[in-house]
Design a protein around this ligand. Structure first.
Ligand SMILES: Nc1ncnc2c1ncn2[C@@H]1O[C@H](COP(=O)(O)OP(=O)(O)OP(=O)(O)O)[C@@H](O)[C@H]1O
Length: 838
């Protein structure tokens, strides 16, 4: 609806602004579009088109219920950036303190990636959903591959290592029979023979409760004492540089921990939520039935033919429950908060309506209209590929802005104004502030995927910055498998009366997942590796992700796997972006059988072939446990999660078992004969010296590679000195100190003060923080102009006068962003909206 006569040419309110749906027929000649007749609309449309304005309709059931006409876009002249192919090189990565982002959100981290095309990464990552190995062209990744640990292992293996490979050459059918034979060998809970105990009937439950570790969830008093003991042990048992923070109950776990006082808070919180969300709050079951809406097929959603063809190409015949709920609402342009268990199709739930809406965009002038933010580079790449596939029969264009890839290549892609931008928040802000070719003024849809993870990483300020900079007339959709209080705060700041669409919100793992626990009795904690080796050599011999709390341990175990001839890949933040992509690709295509990962891989990764997740130790929180085990049993497939648990893991195991039982999940206890684990532990221990030599060799190779990189960097600087000096300094929206404070705050909220104290005292600055501090020093030396809101204000925490909801107040003044040519810009003073968003 047009707000006023004067600005009708500028702005027509969206359906989300007044929540009013105008039912109309597409066939009607006098169709009302936002209060105008079609005829009038068309004439306005032509006028706007002339004026470079845009219309982005909100459609549902094949009809436009209301057109959303956004503010006339002020096209920023494309900067005449000269891309001389120079890339800023980074120092080699080092092991960083625990709790670091694993590099996932490091906007500063940049690699030269050779031939990689940021537009089309299908060749790059080969995440072909059918697992087509031929589609993978990892070799095109350029020369910054990092040190090849496999080559070192192979080289040393030839010289002086002889490792008996045990039973590593199992076929799949052998694995299956091994798993089944375990089931046959149920020996009762007291026995320590190999086998599995099924948690099937009441009596057996009791036996498990008494004996199996973590299963006695009813025995609260006793276990309360045990827990405190376990907590005491945590700092001891994980005291290296990446020591893990003490587990504390997550807000999501409140169901299991609330005291009566807490219950009051919960009900208050529920009341607040009720007041905030749109009244149509919907909860449905996994069967897709809901009294508020009609469950339907994709066809009944009246999606356009190109979208239906894309769905068919993906093999999606019926929508999943979260898709059934989300797509019709998102097509209306409404804000959405979506929650559903892992692997339930949340990605397509927001991609499909976005594509449908984009089909009707004006095409004359390319415009970036959609931004999708997600916590890790891997997820952005994965989402990019899903979207590309779904859009195969459309002309919608995409790009990805993720850390680890060339800023300048991304800038040149942005200049082509792709319709959809998939990004990690850090890199998105970097471009938002520093790339002349990018403006967020035209964005109409914002998606925050895995929002809770983005907040955990201390990126609340970044998200706030984004939410308060993108036009508030946008549609915002937020998704996560878990909802936390921090997510709720974000929702209040960034969303407008969202519809809350929850699917099986209380069932926290999928029904097709079997959860196994292997108990390490007190005194046997140091045999953990032996148990893992036994499992991976005999039971879970392929398609298995193993999660570690510490990168260092993952890497060491990776070497051990290599020495025993197990084809394994690792994935964590101490690897270069190319190594990460290559590792994932090899695992996706079964070139490697095991993926050894940190929690970098715990969220969102969708690898349909994963049959097993092993937790080398329990994660810090129940919430992370849910995400980890959610890497298997996806989209209705079967899967197993096997957690190796010792005393320090008791609390998380207890929560997992209690939650699992509450939802009727299958929980089993696997008993492994101690002598078998001891045997493997001894074999591994015998390799200690060899592993240390391999690590030394790797260190040396890294040092050489680092030195070579510095030489190349020096040469580049000498050759292109003038151009480099003429580049405007990149800016950041908050000071380094503020950034560190925000990060610490995020950690406190997630892990409690104990974990934080350890990290600050013992931890060292991450590469990212170091670089930011360096940048800060540089900025102090010279006057640097920043782009965007508040143009002309010196770098720092500018315009942070927040409204009630965290929106930004104040007004920008002046102008002057240094253009690519190095000239101080004389751009127009830009009006900055006062008050918070909603
Ligand atoms: N309608 C559908 N029919 C069949 N398969 C589907 C459908 N929608 C999605 N899938 C498949 O389900 C799997 C999981 O989807 P997706 O990765 O979007 O889950 P998710 O809910 O985002 O999980 P997570 O919370 O772990 O990120 C993917 O392999 C996807 O191809």
């Amino acid at each position: 609806m047009i707000t006023s006569g004067e600005d009708d040419d500028d702005f027509i309110r969206t359906i989300s602004d007044d929540d009013e749906i105008i039912q109309s027929s597409a066939d009607s000649e006098d169709l009302e579009l936002g209060g105008l007749t079609k005829k009038t609309q068309n004439s306005r449309k032509r006028k706007r088109s002339k004026d470079q304005g845009e219309i982005f309709p909100v459609a549902t059931d094949g009809t436009y219920e209301k057109n959303k006409i956004i503010k006339r876009r002020k096209i920023r002249p494309g900067a005449a950036a000269k891309d001389n192919g120079l890339m800023e090189e980074e120092e080699g990565e080092t092991w960083t303190a625990h709790g670091e982002d694993d590099g996932a959100l490091d906007s500063d981290f940049e690699f030269q990636i050779g031939d990689i095309d940021n537009w089309v990464t299908e060749d790059l990552d080969g995440w072909d959903l059918k697992g087509n190995a031929a589609a993978i062209k990892i070799t095109a990744l350029g020369d910054k591959k990092g040190v090849d640990i496999d080559a070192i292992i192979a080289r040393r293996g030839k010289c002086d290592t002889v490792v008996e490979n045990g039973d590593s050459n199992h076929t799949n059918s052998e694995d299956e029979s091994q798993r089944e034979s375990g089931l046959d060998e149920v020996t009762g809970s007291e026995a320590e023979g190999r086998g599995i105990e099924e948690d099937e009937d009441e009596n057996e439950d009791q036996t498990l409760d008494e004996d199996a570790f973590g299963m006695g969830v009813a025995d609260t008093e006793k276990e309360e004492g045990d827990d405190s003991l376990a907590e005491d042990q945590i700092p001891e048992s994980s005291s290296d540089e990446e020591s893990a923070a003490e587990p504390v109950p997550h807000p999501d776990d409140l169901d299991y921990h609330v005291s009566s006082a807490d219950e009051m808070d919960v009900s208050e919180e529920q009341a607040r939520r009720k007041a905030f969300f749109a009244p149509e709050e919907m909860e449905i079951t996994s069967k897709g039935k809901n009294k508020n809406t009609t469950a339907g097929s994709f066809q009944s959603m009246s999606l356009s033919r190109p979208i239906l063809r894309g769905l068919a190409a993906m093999g999606f015949s019926e929508p999943t429950p979260i898709q059934t709920k989300t797509i019709p609402v998102a097509l209306l342009g409404k804000d959405v908060v979506g929650g559903a268990v892992t692997g339930s199709g949340k990605t397509a739930a927001f991609i499909i309506p976005i594509l449908e809406r984009l089909l009707y965009r004006p095409k004359k002038i390319p415009t970036s209209r959609v931004a999708i933010l997600m916590p890790t580079r891997e997820l952005a790449v994965q989402c990019f590929n899903v979207a590309k596939k779904l859009a195969s029969f459309t002309d919608v264009t995409f790009c990805q802005l993720v850390g680890g890839f060339s800023l300048r290549e991304q800038e040149s892609v942005l200049r082509q104004r792709p319709d959809v931008i998939m990004a990690t928040p850090g890199r998105f802000i970097d471009h938002m502030r520093n790339s002349a070719s990018f403006t967020v003024d035209t964005l109409e849809i914002l998606v925050l995927d895995e929002a809770d993870r983005m907040l955990e990483d201390g990126f609340a300020d970044e998200l706030n910055e984004i939410l308060t900079t993108i036009p508030k007339s946008r549609q915002t959709m937020l998704f996560s498998a878990t909802m936390t209080d921090r997510v709720d705060k974000l929702i209040r700041v960034g969303l407008n009366r969202p519809l809350r669409l929850m699917v099986d919100a209380r069932k926290q793992t999928v029904g097709t997942l079997i959860q196994e626990f292997v108990r390490l009795r007190p005194g046997r904690e140091d045999r953990r590796l032996g148990y893992l080796m036994y499992l991976c050599q005999n039971i879970y011999t392929d398609h298995t992700i193993i999660f570690f709390r510490q990168k260092k341990v993952a890497h060491r175990v990776r070497i051990i796997f290599g020495l025993f001839g197990i084809k394994a890949a690792e994935l964590h933040g101490s690897m270069s972006q190319e190594q990460r992509i290559s590792a994932l690709a090899s695992f996706r295509t079964s070139q490697t059988t095991h993926l050894l990962a940190t929690d970098l891989a715990s969220r969102g990764l969708d690898i349909p072939t994963v049959t097993t997740v092993i937790n080398y130790e329990a994660p810090q929180t129940h919430e992370i446990y849910l995400h980890r085990v959610g890497r298997t049993a996806r989209a209705g497939r079967a899967g197993r999660a096997c957690t190796i648990a010792a005393e320090p893991d008791r609390k998380i195991v207890k929560q997992a078992v209690k939650a699992g039982r509450a939802q009727g999940a299958k929980i089993v206890s696997r008993v492994i004969e101690p002598s078998l684990a001891d045997e493997w532990a001894a074999k591994c221990a015998a390799l200690d010296a060899e592993i240390d030599s391999i690590l030394d060799e790797e260190k040396e190779e890294k040092a050489i590679a680092g030195a070579e990189m510095q030489v190349r960097k020096g040469e580049n600087i000498m050759t292109h000195e003038d151009e480099i000096k003429s580049r405007p300094k990149r800016t950041w929206f908050e000071s380094e100190k503020e950034k560190l404070v925000a990060k610490k705050k995020g950690m406190v909220e997630l892990n409690g003060a104990v974990g934080l104290g350890k990290k600050i005292v013992g931890g060292k600055l991450s590469h990212k923080d170091r670089k930011r501090l360096d940048d800060g020093r540089e900025r102090k030396e010279g006057r640097v102009w920043k782009k965007g809101r508040g143009d002309g204000v010196e770098v720092g925490r500018v315009g942070k006068g927040k409204g009630k909801d965290g929106g930004r107040g104040g007004s920008g003044s002046g102008s002057g962003r240094k253009g690519k040519g190095g000239k101080e810009g004389g751009g127009k003073a830009k009006k900055v909206k006062g008050g918070g968003r909603r």
